[in-house]
Design a binder for this molecule. Sequence first.
Ligand code: NDP
Length: 285
Amino acid sequence: MPNYKAELVGVFGHPVSENPTVVVQEAAFNALNLNWRYLTIEVLPEQLGDAIRGLRAFNMRGINLTIPHKIEVMQFLDSIAEDARLIGAVNTVINNGGNLHGENTDGKGFIRSLTEESHVSIPGKKVVVLGAGGAARAIAVELALRGAGEILVVNRSTERGEALVSSVINCSEAKSRYIPWSGILKIPYDTDILINATSIGLFPGVDDKPLIDYDTIRPEMVVCDVIPNPPRTAFLKEAEKRGAKTIDGLGMLVNQGAIGFKLWTGLDAPVDVMKRALAKEFGVA
Ligand code: NDP
């Protein structure tokens, strides 16, 4: 008997047309011969509630949320994972037979990329996070939950920077402090992990880089960027020149997708296939 019915997942966003996740997920579905589709769907902020009702009506298996829906979606869900609640945002919804459950895979994707690519062990480590937006919140909270010793949050806007410090302190034993970003930042000598979690360097602003004194980067540091496109940012190139181990944003993007794939399908994601598909899409294969 043929079965023409496809299982549906996708992403709601606005704007959403440049979101590359479809490439990663469809590569994985094809590799495992799954009759699943990933739809890239433009949803206006005022229509998010209707879109979620549509998801239920179509019995979609889940959805990713991107700008500007990651916070607003939480009011429409039946349950939310503890870490997503601490982060204050949901980027993945799983539809368990009509029960909508929210997760945040951004920070977990980052952690997987960091530990697999650098073999660094997180407990006790001193971390400097540049930025305090959605990506920075997800990363800082997941690092804190895994026992990071100290998380310094460097951000332009004081309000967001201090809010992230409070979240870290409230959810963990980690020390945390807000550092205002005025002028050229010197990276503390004893930093183990330095992360650019701002949007500086994202295409098309490929020559832009965070305002730090790059000579304060040491070879012992692991230096990470969340920017997936281009993967080799000006920030990472400077760190490489100083001998630091660098980790780009492609791994984070692929791994958060791989975690979402597993949550939806119950199957281990073909991570290498997903990585190759994304690298090809960004012209870096
Ligand atoms: P947000 O808009 O929530 O946060 C942006 C952050 O960047 C804020 O901290 C903002 O500071 C800071 N920032 C922006 N421009 C400047 C500047 N010129 N100088 C100093 N600080 C600046 O965005 P997200 O956190 O959602 O996304 C950030 C980046 O992370 C994006 O480029 C996105 O592509 C990437 N990302 C990558 C993922 C991956 O899987 N690789 C997953 C999710 C995001 P302020 O608070 O002062 O405005």
